[in-house]
Design a protein. Structure first.
Length: 554
């Protein structure tokens, strides 16, 4: 059966409410059973932290409701950082009791944090890491221990109970104004201090200047990192790249080194460097001519792709950083991930300059063992089989901006150069849907794009409808002169016989529930070619990644 016959057989005319439910559709009963088992397992794991989860879920959560205009700017519209400082004072200022590396940036924060945390753990340090958002459980945002796994549920709940009276008092003093992110951030810092971590890697949530994490004093800051500056959260950060750069530069502290990832537009880099100069902070840039790191190749080992890179840093400006490591094997793919690895390595070398024990061997080991869910994550064959697609190559990537979509497209071309491609896309309502589509619609060997909907942070209010996503992709395809077959539009009409032509080269667009999209996408790959030479990429947000991973875990 050709791909149009498949779509005719599996018409995706599901009720609107079914789009938001990953358990509705034509998936095998076996998978629906796995979904129920997984849901019960998750409830069991989180039960030990129920008191904490109930407490924090009652607080204002801007991840669910969306960010107010100007909330991340250093202005009257910005979040009240004084509120956070008062909370930390009540908790005994735990952020002063360990060293921190603070990371801000539009993209790459999570990956850079993962690389740096892994390097520090490889050297044997006690490391805490605070990041967002999470994929499967909120405990992922606070990692501790030699393996850097999510904080133990009972440990988290016990620590919360020890602070509950103080937190309740703080909320009362702030007239209920403390938010979900502020309380979680405070709890993470307090837990790091209580557990005696030697260094914490802290990812800013929004911007930098007014972010709840920006209560780290210069005396406790080992280094700052600014990864990239892009047009995400524009309204919340002042409506321009320049205002975004100013907001993110707010994490630069007196006399503490700042590492710039980039690349940045010259005038944006000037904003960051001027702020560093005003704070007497040395600057390390990965765009320095002394960075001669290269991505050599992407090869498969036991069926999984890895990229092999040489890291060569001979940076002389402000600080002298030197390291050379050949043939580093990274599981996180793409030129952008090499950039993130270099950025993290520069931060590690800055710490080494400050007297921290960090060997070249630990840098290599840390980079090679670093992994982050939902960043070019290739599912194992066992995981693909649980999705009902044995033999298929399935990639999960949380790309949700035009820049991350461009990076994803580039990575797909490098890792799967001759593979037929099917995309399954779901996005939040406040993203640049057209810019995202423009970057991926031209991907070589793209056969079909399926649009679906998943909840955002547990709520439907920020979810973009599948039909609105499809409209953006139609516009992008028209701009690029790419022929499409809009099956969603035609699904309830008499089918055009020309769609049965097996040599039709148009890209198919259609809508459906998440499970229908995955299942039918797999059927299309099977009709076009063997699953082994096709790839399905599920993308558009970390929330769709979460939905897929939740559906395959026991």
């Amino acid at each position: 059966m050709n791909i149009h016959g498949i779509l005719h057989k599996f018409t995706l005319s599901v009720p609107r409410q079914a789009l938001l439910s990953p358990t509705i559709g034509r998936f095998p009963n076996r998978l629906n059973s796995l979904l129920r088992v997984q849901a019960m397992s998750t409830v069991s794991e989180e039960a030990e932290a129920k008191d904490f989860l109930d407490f924090i879920d009652n607080l204002k959560n801007y991840e669910k409701s969306g960010l107010p205009k100007g909330s991340g700017t250093d202005s009257e519209d910005g979040f009240d950082l004084g509120r956070m400082r008062r909370l930390m004072q009540l908790l005994g200022n735990p952020q002063c009791k360990f060293k921190s590396v603070h990371i801000a940036g539009t993209k790459g924060k999570g990956s850079t944090a993962a690389f740096l945390s892994s390097i520090l753990r490889a050297e044997g340090y006690s490391v805490g890491c605070y990041s967002s958002p999470h994929i499967r459980t909120i405990r992922e945002r606070i990692t501790l221990g030699a393996k850097g796994g999510p904080v133990n549920a009972s440990l988290l709940n016990d620590h919360f109970q020890s602070l509950r009276t103080v937190l309740e008092r703080a909320i009362e003093l702030e007239n209920g104004g403390l938010t979900h992110f502020e309380v979680l951030t405070a709890l993470a810092f307090s837990l790091f201090a209580q557990q005696g971590v030697e260094v914490a890697v802290i990812e800013a949530g929004l911007g930098g200047a007014r972010d709840a994490t920006n209560i780290i004093p210069s005396s406790a800051l080992a280094a700052s990192i600014i990864t990239t500056i892009g047009e995400e959260h524009l309204a919340a950060l002042g409506d321009s790249l320049e205002s975004i750069a100013v907001a993110k530069s707010g994490i630069i502290k007196d006399g503490r080194p700042v590492i710039l990832g980039g690349p940045f537009y010259p005038h944006i880099e000037r904003i960051l460097c001027d702020k560093a100069s005003s704070m007497s902070s040395p600057v390390v840039s990965t765009s320095d001519p002394g960075n001669n790191s290269i991505l050599r190749s992407i090869n498969k080992i036991n069926g999984r792709p890895y990229q092999f890179c040489d890291l060569v840093l001979q940076i002389e400006k402000d600080l002298k950083l030197n390291i050379e490591i050949s043939n580093v094997k990274l599981s996180m793919l793409g030129q952008h991930q090499l950039k993130n690895a270099v950025t993290a390595t520069c931060a590690a070398l800055c710490l080494r300059n400050q007297g921290w024990r960090l060997s070249t061997e630990s840098v290599r080991a840390g980079l090679e063992s670093a992994f982050l869910l939902g960043r070019n994550q290739v599912l194992t064959q066992n995981e693909a089989e649980r999705l009902g697609l044995p033999g298929a190559t399935i990639v999960l990537d949380g790309a949700h901006t035009k820049d991350s979509a461009a990076a994803l497209a580039n990575t797909i071309e490098m890792a799967f150069p001759k593979s037929s491609l099917v995309l399954v896309v779901s996005m939040a309502s406040d993203k640049d849907h057209l810019g995202f589509a423009r970057e991926l619609i031209s991907a070589t060997s793209l056969k079909a794009v399926f649009f679906t909907e998943v909840s955002i942070a547990g709520e439907k209010s920020r979810t973009t409808t599948a039909s609105k996503l499809r409209e953006s992709w139609i516009q992008a395809s028209e701009e690029k002169g790419i022929d499409i077959i809009d099956y969603s539009r035609n699904k309830n009409e008499a089918r055009d016989p020309s769609l049965d032509q097996t040599n039709h080269r148009g890209v198919i667009f259609s809508e459906g529930s998440l499970i229908d999209c995955i299942r039918i996408g797999g059927d299309i790959l099977g009709a076009e070619t063997s699953c082994q030479s096709g790839v399905m990429v599920i993308t558009g947000s970390l929330h769709i990644v979460s939905a897929v991973l939740s559906s395959i875990e026991r």
